[in-house]
Design a protein. Sequence first.
Lengths: 271, 476, 270, 319, 279
Amino acid sequence: MNPASRSPVAPVTALLEARGVTRRYGDGRRRVDALRRVDLAVPPGARIGIVGESGSGKSTLVRLLAALDRPTSGETLFRGRRTSGVPERGLADLRSSVQLVFQDPRSSLDPRMTVGRIVTEPLRSRRLRHRGDVPSPSADRLQEVLAGVGLAPELAHRYPHELSGGQRQRVAIARALAPDPEVLIADEPVSALDVAVRAHVLNLLADLVRARGLTLVFVSHDLAVVRLLCDTVVVMKDGVIVEQGSMEEVYDRPRDPYTAALLAAVPRLRS
Amino acid sequence: SPAASPTSAEKTLTVGATLEPPSLDPTTNSSASIPQLLLYNTYQTLVRLDNAGNLQPLLAQRWDISTDLLTYTFHLDPAAKFASGTAVTAEAAAKSIERIKDADTVSVWANQMEVVDSATAVDTHTLQVTLSRPSNNWLFNMASSAGIVIDPDGLSGLATQPAGSGPYVLDSWTRGDSITLKLNKSYWGTPPRYDKVVFRYFSDANAMNAAMLSGQLDIISNLQAPEAVSQFSDTSKYSVIRGTTNGEVVLGMNHDVAALSNLKVRQAIAAAIDKKALLETVWNGEGTLIGSMSVPTDPWYEDLTGVNPYDQAKAKKLLSEAGYASGLSLRLRVPATAYARKSAEFVASSLKQVGITVTIQELQFGVWYSDVFTKGDYDLTIVSHVEARDVFTFADPSYYWHYDNATFQKLVQQADEASSAQELPLMKQAVKLLATDVAADWLFALPNLVVTRAGITGVPQNATSLSFDVTTIASR
Amino acid sequence: MRWINLVLGTVLVAGVILLGLVSLAWTPFDPTLVVPGERLQPPGWPHILGTDAFGIDVFSRIMAGARVVVQVGVVAVGLALLVGVPLGVAAAMSHRWLSDLIMRGADILYAFPALLLAILLAAAVGASTMTAAVAIGVASVPAFARVARAATLQVMSSDYMLAARAAGTSPLAAAVTHVLPNIAAVIWVQASASFGMAILAEAGLSYLGLATPPPAPTWGRMLRDAQNVIFSNPEQALWPGLAIAAAVLGFNLLGDGLRDQLDPRLRDIS
Amino acid sequence: MATVRAVAVRLAVLVGSLLVASFVVFAVCQALPGDVAQQILGEQATPEAVDALRQRLGLDRPFLVRYAAWVGGMLSGDFGSSYLTGVPVGDLIWPRVAVSAWLIGLALLLTPLVALPLGLVAAVWRRHWQGFVATAASQVGMAIPAFWTGLMLVSVFSIRLGWLPANGYVAFAADPAGWASHLVLPVASLTIVQAAMLTRYVRSAFVEVLTEDYFRTARAIGWRRIPGLLRHGLRNVALSVLTVLGLQLAATVVGAIVIESVFTLPGLGSLLLTAVGQRDLQVVQGTVMLLVVTVLVINALVDVSYQVLDPRVRTGDLR
Amino acid sequence: MNGLLDVADLRVEFGRHRAPALRGVSFSLQAGQRLGLIGESGSGKTVTALAVMGLLPETARVSGSVRLDGRELVGLPDAQFSDLRGVAMGMVFQEPMTALDPTMRVGRQVAEVALLRGRATRGDTRTNVLQLLTRVGFVDPERIADAYPHQLSGGQRQRVVLAMAVFNRPGLIICDEPTTALDVTVQARVLDLLDEILGESGAACLFISHDLAVVSRVCSHAMVMLDGDVVESGPVSQIFAAPRHPYTQGLVATARLDLVTPGERLPTIEDYFRREDFR
Ligand SMILES: Nc1ncnc2c1ncn2[C@@H]1O[C@H](COP(=O)(O)OP(=O)(O)OP(=O)(O)O)[C@@H](O)[C@H]1O
Ligand SMILES: Nc1ncnc2c1ncn2[C@@H]1O[C@H](COP(=O)(O)OP(=O)(O)OP(=O)(O)O)[C@@H](O)[C@H]1O
Ligand SMILES: [Mg+2]
Ligand SMILES: [Mg+2]
């Protein structure tokens, strides 16, 4: 039926892909087109930063790529296989390979679960365990993952509210890394953090991505932050990608006036 | 009356009562509340029952009975008129009787008129009724709802508009609250004292007492919460009239139930219950202990309370003799009324002490009718049988007691057909047989507890019929 | 000050439950034993709260009545919980039309108040503790469904639900591991308040003769019986009235106390 | 436009709900054991007579035929006739509605008038004795059964003091003063309980306003606590009061039935209780349906008035 | 010290078992001066602002002294305090989404500031409101005035709140993280506006932010808070160019993302300052 599945196995260039994706919320007078015919390809090993002002559709795009939401039209693909309009059962591969970290570490951690259970939740999912090499939810794995993000093992018994903001975001990152994903999607992971804590989390993410060779999709409204982690940048405005290119190119020589405005608006320390 | 507005010269009597009539036609609806309101007040019968339970003339000035006891000749009062103004004729009386018999009417009382062969007007004021067999009860029944003489012109709307010949006519009906009677301007007899009589209905006995205490009522027609009687002990404000009614509170036993078909079990139950204490506890000692299906105003009444005396030891012994030494479980299904609920609680407690476990179920009257009365789905029940002389119900094996005793049936039949001289000993025998056979257990007879504002006179002491007769009430 | 509700509520509720539990094994006198010779005794010894018009020890009846209260509360609230909460959670987690269907059904059910249900149920199978409890429970289902739905919607909008999906957790598993624990607080508060409501409703139904039949004593029926002697023996109405008030107050305070503890926003107000 | 559409949708839902409710009411009533014919004819009637009467009353027709006839009749304003009396059910119900409507209406009107000030005091001075007293009063009021309050009021005001009638009802048209004096105690007993309950919600609504950022903004521009709370809190509180009042309606209707029984008011409650007892199903169905319709319609009205009161909903940006 | 605002040894405690939120904060603000208040989350910035405004919750115990134009504010009855708020001092809060009454039109809320003082009639208030809305950068003040808060964007709402705070031309304006909830581009616009209005009215400003860049843009002086204490204060140029306290040094270093080359490790506060050594 769909052209993607019928076509002969094309050389897979993109790991994650969005083709002509539109996402519409609400109807009638309240209709919002959060995304309008957006195309994006994330090649394996890429580190893509998505920037844009609030409401430009960054989170929507990322949710669609992770198949956590359905496009109104267009399609999303993972490893060349369609993921939009596919029932949850058919997404085992995607679910075990793509993990997310969200903006607000408070609301992305279930307040009624201990850190240990939060981190091992993906490992206990039957769907993820389809992939043969997903680590088992053992105590060892838990310690390993916690150590990987620099958290002490005894924190496994704590609840999220007993942690500091930086620790919470580390837990969220640990959960994402537990099943050994190929792709890490981070939706504004440091925007809610204090300047003092932000540096720690950014350092951690940079180390992990480099060490594991993760494919990274990193969302932020702050170009200065994106610059530190990504090699490619995508600029969004009103549901459309207005500019896309290598980091140095966009950062130093923005082509779109909106990108320029965004760069200019970032407050800099007078010194 | 304090309830009447002071400017009005009209005299109004306000009577508190418990059950509001569902309809105003006493011939097609069995509710006792209808004769309470209407009998003798708006409807009249050929003969009436006096305070002592004797028949007295009303529309009929006198009556003759043939020697074969089959033909009754009634001589109507020529002055008698319906409220509409037309005369009460023998023809109208005959038509009223025929109407009850007529299957089309679906009358409640059809079986009471079964014995009537014919009812004919000999002349305007002479009515002749021929029976198929002698029946003393028939004449007695003619004093109640079955015997009312209805204005032939008013037959179509009886459910909402009475058409009788009594001293009062319907004034208004505020459903859920009250019914007002007003004076029949063209009444043919001695006019009563009040221009208006208001029957106010209270589903809750305590609310009625409160209304009396706060001066909204002149009379409580029958106190349903006798423990409250002390509230009216101030004789300068109230007087309390104590009389009897026809209401036997019967602990009915289903004779179709194996255990209860055993005489020893029935005797044990009767012996296990201290009726005197029960009356004291349940009805504040007001009322009469009876011992069988007969009340003091019945001509054949005898005190039979000694037949099955209270004796717990004997009750236990009887039970073990009957093979229930290890205990017995029975369902006591009662209608949701004060006397039944309270009696049930007492009975359950008493029977528990001799080893009978009783489960009480309180049913709404509708359910009681369908389950207990119609389907006979019960072991024990408590209900007051308020009709006069309803001892005859024990003669019908299909009646919900399922009591089938040929000797009793024969006695009752003979009594009904006997001359009045022979009737009494036969009935006494029959009533006694019920007691010795423990056809049921009789807890007590409901009292007629009337509370009036001080100064009100003429309230009948005993409720021999279902009527609350207001025609003789006056105030000083 | 913040603890006073919780402490007072816990004490009262524990008292009621304790009375009921102890009454299963022991009461000073048989709460159904009619003793004609001891009617309407004033409080004293051995009848510390006196006796009623049946000569039954009032304190024993109050104790046994606590049993009925707990029973009605547990059944009614349990029913409402077991039916209402899954419905509410399902409504929040399911497609829009199904969600609408569930909530409209709840609205319709809501239009049948407990009393109406109790009247109909009592008319159908005869009044009993169970009919009253079931009527009260069924009538409380819509409230629980609404509360559960609102709370679930809030949980659904949190990022950890999205994270759970990304982690491959199935909706049913998510409902059990994430939704239920997170709406539990709200539900407990609602349950506690409903417990109080159930006690009041049972008292009203008993008063109308639509609940527990005699001889099992209930506070509502004690009140109805007391009504007849309210002018001569007002204390007869006092004890069951106090018992009802204490029990309801206890559960309401417990509910408030729980909320005070669970809702952090109430802690700092300018 | 959005409002009009929302209202239309709400209306359609209402009609659907009413239909479902009518079927439930009818089915439940038909399932009740007990037989009105037996009840009418009493203990002495023969089974044949009972059958004849059932046939005459049309009780032998099939279920769906009777349901259709009933619903059809109601649509044309005909609720059928009482089995017992033959009186049209409408004629039985409407005079009762007047009584119950006064009772419920006055209570619902007075409830917020009592609860708003009490809730305000309880919220603003919740750390002082005034607030404690107000909160305690509301807690105690909620814990006492309405009929108990009624009994106490009667014993004090009617029997001890003799100021007011203990029970009964007088039509407004017949005697306005008498009408008022008969309604004071029933309305008071109903109001006390409902107001106690509402006070609790008002209190927490006001407490919530106190925590809101916009209230802090109002304080920052110079509002004193109480005037600011009235100015900025009342409308927000009104929304939750409205919801709770809508939710309380069912409770008030039930409370009214019990109160009617305590004060022997000839309202819908006593009609229902007797009709059920007598198995006069036409009357039961009619009355239950009326109560159910009232609750459903009022809830729909509450929903719709949300559209009017809350600009976020009115302008269609929130649901 | 005889400034517009003199705060001396201000202590605030919530409950006995918690560490004090403020442990004796002192500072002084001259008329027309703009003071930035910097510190990590929970360091006591908001509590300081609320203490000055007299809007701390009842549970807070305040000691020390806050003088506005020489008048002692600590312990001032609410009625008198209310008369000062909005007139002598105004405040802008962090969260523009919730700072306005959702059930009232924006114009009326702004007008309230004037009507509260009984100084104006409705007619000229409306004109004033429209003028003011124009001044805070709205090109269509009529539409804004007739809108409900939810119909405005975050930046628009924040400008409305700003308008309310400056309506009566108070001598002191307190801004508690007024732009943290806003987008970079919108933030830039609001900061420009604030700059302009402060310049125009000559009001003094206590400006709270954890973003050093923002403070450096608006303020002339800055003050750094840590765990309820002021650890360093001085002119912005000195604080950011040559911070003395190690904590401030760490703060400044981590804020300079632009100085880090991609792939390199970011400096953290801990590189400069260890909390264990503090106090
Ligand atoms: N569930 C939803 N229902 C309706 N509208 C939505 C929903 N989610 C997002 N939107 C709208 O879609 C648009 C894009 O939202 P999105 O969350 O993708 O933006 P964003 O770029 O991630 O913004 P932010 O930086 O604030 O996170 C916005 O206008 C938003 O209001
Ligand atoms: N109402 C309150 N009750 C109890 N403690 C409070 C209250 N308000 C603030 N605190 C405490 O006072 C301290 C200072 O809080 P404050 O809100 O001033 O921090 P902040 O510097 O404004 O932080 P942020 O940048 O997160 O807004 C914190 O430890 C906080 O927990
Ligand atoms: Mg986003
Ligand atoms: Mg703050």
